[in-house]
Each structure stands twice: as C-alpha cells, then as structure tokens.
Design a protein around this ligand. Structure first.
Ligand SMILES: Nc1ncnc2c1ncn2[C@@H]1O[C@H](COP(=O)(O)OP(=O)(O)O)[C@@H](O)[C@H]1O
Ligand SMILES: [Mg+2]
Length: 419
C-alpha cells in the first residue's frame, strides 16, 4: 500500500515547517507562556487558507515541547453536548504523569447546521475556563458566528507560504523519496497549487511516485487544469451529496477554474437530476450563477465570484429531492468546451482577419467578423482577381487567404493573381 506523502513527509518538528515564521513564533511564545501563568487569552485561534500548515504546526509544537496532545475535529463537535463531553480535559494543565496538555479543536468552520449556535457557545465556555492551552483552527476566524469566541482568543493568521518556500518543502519530499526533480518542475507544481502545500504535495505524489526523475515536461500538462479525477469527484459531490456545505467545500479543495466548472455542471445536471422538479431547481440555480458570471465579466468585480460558486455548487446540490436513484451514470465532457477547443484554431484565424478588416474599415473587429467577413468570403470563393486585390489591401497572409477561400486550389488561384 502506498502512504499519502502528506502524511509520510509531514513535519515532525516546528523547524521543518515552511513559511509563516512569525505566526509560528507568536504561537510558540504563547504556548510557552503557560509555564509561568495562565495567560489572558486562554485559546489561540489559528486561521488561514487550507493546506498551509495550521494543524501540522500545532502537532509539531506539541511534539517539540513533549506535551500531551489531544485533538478533536469537526466530527467530535456536532452538538453542544458532544463538545461538553470533552470539557473535562481542559480542566487541568498537567496530566498524572507530569506532561502538559495541549488541546486542539481543529476546523471549527465544520460546526454546521442547527447545532452551530450551541456548538460555538460550548467552545466559548471551554475557552473561558480552560486550565490548559486550547488551540482552535478555521479557514475564516472572522465568520460572524465566532464574534464572541474571538474575544477570548489570541488570533494568529497563517498566510500562504511563498512559491519558494513551497518548493523548499517539495524538494525535501523528493529527496526523501529519492527523486531527482528539476527546480522548474517543482516551481510549476507549487504555483499551480496556489501555494497550498497539501495540494502541492498531493500533486507531486501523483506525478512523481515511483520515478527517479521529474522533469518540467512531466508536469507541464497539468496546466490544462482539467484533471478528470478531480473534476469527477467535485461533480459527484455537487450532484449527489445533497449537502450544500460539502458541495462548496469540494470546489474549495479542488481549486478549479470556475468557468470550466460551470460548463461541467451545466452539461451533466440533466443526466443526473432527471426529475423535472429537481432539474428546474438546479437550472434556476445555474441561471443565477450565470447572471453573476456575466456581471463579473462586464464589471470585473470579482467579489461576486462567491455568488457564482454558491449558486452552482450549493444551489445545485440542494436541488436533489425527488430524483429516483438509478444505477451508475457516466459523466459527460462539456460539449461547449469540446467545441471551443476543436474550433480554437479557426476562431483565432477568424479574429485575426477581423482585426485586419478593422484597421481598414474603422469598425470593431467583432462587427467586421459578423458583417464584413461573410461577403469577403463569397468573393474569395468565387473571384480570385478581386480576392487578390482585397488580400493585398488588407495585408492577409496565406493561411488567412486559405481560410477565406475555403480550399487550396482557390488559394493558389488567388495568389497567382497577386502579381
Ligand atoms: N507549511 C508547511 N510545511 C510543510 N508541510 C506542510 C505545510 N503545510 C502543509 N504541509 C503538508 O500538508 C499537510 C496538511 O497540512 P495541514 O497542517 O493539515 O494544513 P491546514 O491545517 O493549514 O489545512 C501536512 O500534513 C503536511 O504534510
Ligand atoms: Mg488543518
């Protein structure tokens, strides 16, 4: 069995963690201050984007300081009662054996649903009274749900490490695995992952496991960003989980281009949500997402992106109400993307001709393509002499002439008239 490299090459000590040195120092000092007295803020709240080392930093520090480490995560605090059940742990600093205790409540944003009010309140009560350091983590500490809780916490922000820092960690993983990797390849992986160390290490494993060498060419194909396994997982969650939170999370972790994702969902919804009621709901959500997409395009106001994402993930996920389960249905590749990639060369040529026409006719190239190009094409197909004149006037090259003339023979005839 292969182990996940994020696990296998996880930093065991704080010094192995890349990036966020200030945050780590602040956190270390706070934990150490407990040796003298109970500090004013009895909890530290580490927050920031996923995969940058929040959890691993806490584990590593507990290890470095030889503390007893107790970890709780989202599944442990589904309800307020569940949280109170481990409040007792927080009532003493040391253990019977003289080791100090560190309690981690990981991924607080996982407290969901109707339990969340009581859940966050229960956490707050523990934090107020705790006799040992409690550490909280979340992606967003400024969620309004945490308003009261925040007052009792030392807030420590974790930022994305730099590309160089991510590369440093990837290099270490490579040397541990006996892989000789090109710097450019690792840099590419780090950049592509959006400096999310976890996802960078996962990509590295997918690309390099079992290899002795990793070259830039081995990774460059990742640029397409349409890794099918990732997309299929996201689609499956959106179309089948019925859970809006999960659907949103799936996209966060997948790091997909929103436009591309939209096409994938749009293409597949009708095959998977077959009940008309469900399909209407899903399509309504997608149409709202589409309105915001267009608005972003025209205003460049990217803060609207979250509405696009919410409608196309959560909005579609909750649409599944009445569709009867039916066996396995394969996912389809979006026709529109297929069409776009198939016609890419042609469209490029078309707009190049459009620009040539624009220069001479002083109209927009879009109008040129729509209104002028069809006539030019008729001339090129039927009158080589006139076509040659126009080609000269517009300064068209041979590929453009062939595009307009439609075939090689006619192209030759036109070029012959060039004189
Ligand atoms: N800054 C980092 N330095 C080294 N490894 C990291 C770092 N951040 C993440 N990792 C790797 O990614 C895995 C997941 O990181 P984790 O600490 O759980 O991220 P977070 O809690 O911020 O979402 C770790 O087990 C480790 O293998
Ligand atoms: Mg974590």
């Amino acid at each position: 069995m292969y182990a996940a490299w994020t696990q296998k090459h996880k930093p065991r000590t704080v010094s192995e963690i890349v990036g966020n040195s200030e945050a780590i120092q602040k956190f270390t000092e706070w934990v150490k201050s407990w040796d003298k007295r109970v500090p004013k803020k009895r909890a530290a709240f580490l927050y920031g984007p996923p995969g940058v080392g929040k959890t691993v930093c806490i584990e590593a520090l507990a290890n470095d300081l030889k503390m007893e480490f107790v970890e709780k995560n989202a599944s442990d605090y589904r309800t307020a009662e569940a949280i109170q059940r481990f409040a007792g742990l927080a009532s003493q600093y040391g253990t019977l054996f003289g080791r100090n205790r560190l309690i981690l409540l990981d991924e607080l944003d996982g407290i969901t649903g109707t339990a969340d009010r009581g859940g966050v309140r229960a956490v707050t009560e523990i934090v107020k009274a705790t006799q040992c350091p409690v550490v909280l983590t979340a992606n967003n500490a400024y969620d309004p749900r945490f308003r009261t809780l925040r007052k009792y916490c030392l807030l420590i922000e974790f930022k994305k490490p730099t590309v160089r820092e991510v590369v440093k960690h990837l290099k270490k993983v490579c040397s541990g695995e006996g892989i000789d990797a090109e710097e450019e390849a690792l840099k590419f992986i780090a950049e592509r992952s959006g400096r999310d160390v976890r996802s960078a290490v996962n990509d590295l494993q997918a690309l390099a496991q079992g290899k002795k060498q990793l070259a830039y060419e081995d990774v460059a194909w990742l640029a397409a960003r349409d890794r099918k396994d990732v997309i299929f997982n996201v689609l499956r969650t959106i179309l089948y989980s019925k859970d809006s939170w999960e659907a949103k999370r799936a996209v966060d972790t997948a790091d997909m281009d929103p436009d591309m994702l939209f096409h994938w969902i749009y293409e597949n919804v009708p095959y998977h949500l077959t009940d008309p009621h469900d399909l209407t709901k899903a399509m309504d959500a997608l149409s709202l997402a589409d309105i915001y997409r267009r608005r972003i395009r025209s205003t460049q106001n990217w803060s609207l992106l979250r509405y696009v994402l919410d409608f196309m993930t959560a909005g579609v996920a909750v649409a599944r109400e009445r569709t009867e389960p039916s066996g396995w249905i394969p996912f389809r590749f979006p026709q529109k993307l297929q069409w776009l990639s198939r016609t890419k060369a042609e469209r490029a040529l078309q707009s190049a001709v459009g620009i040539k026409i624009r220069r001479k006719c002083h109209i927009s190239s879009m109008r040129a393509v729509k209104e002028v190009l069809p006539y030019v094409r008729i001339i090129f197909e039927s009158n080589p002499e006139m076509a040659a004149g126009i080609a000269k006037w517009l300064d068209l090259d041979e590929t453009m002439i062939e595009y307009l003339a439609g075939n090689k023979k006619q192209t030759k005839a036109i070029i012959a008239k060039y004189g």
